[in-house]
Design a protein around this ligand. Structure first.
Ligand code: THU
Length: 135
């Protein structure tokens, strides 16, 4: 496996340790790597009003932008959960990621056993709604 894949998977596993998931008990970590190698990690954060919970993928991309990083520089994205097969991002996160990631940017889905599925937004959310293309 490429070294940068190992690095981003480890970062997502680290990010997962910060998850606040007292309701579902399902902790998720995510990470984004920029072209200069910087890695920003994130986790899911839940709320007693369950619908206000936010997934690791969205928290990661929102943190990255909030911290002043340029999402156009993301070269790799990764999500890790304690799942039987590599985790599958929810529809809302696919739509949010589509706003910022190139459709072909590699997305690594993994689990704690080390299974890996490499994909991208072209596969995860085809025929996406993007305002710039639709309005
Ligand atoms: N969750 C994520 O953070 N990412 C995913 O890809 C799937 C689901 C979170 C949302 C919620 O906090 C918990 O996992 C259970 O759905």
């Amino acid at each position: 496996m490429k070294n940068e894949y190992k690095d981003i998977i480890n970062a997502a596993i680290e990010g997962r340790k910060n998850a606040y998931a007292p309701y579902s008990k399902f902790k998720v970590g995510a990470a984004a790597m920029l072209i200069d190698g910087t890695i920003i990690k994130g986790c899911n954060i839940e709320n007693a009003s369950y619908g206000l919970s936010c997934c690791a993928e969205r928290n990661t991309i929102f943190s990255l932008i909030s911290l002043g990083y340029d999402p156009k520089k993301i070269k790799l994205f990764c999500v890790v959960g304690d799942t039987k097969k590599p985790i599958s991002p929810c529809g809302a996160c696919r739509q949010v990621l589509a706003e910022f990631l190139n459709p072909k940017t590699p997305i690594i889905l993994s689990n704690l056993k080390g299974d890996i599925k490499e994909t991208n937004l072209e596969e995860l959310i085809p025929y996406t709604f993007l305002e710039i293309e639709n309005v």
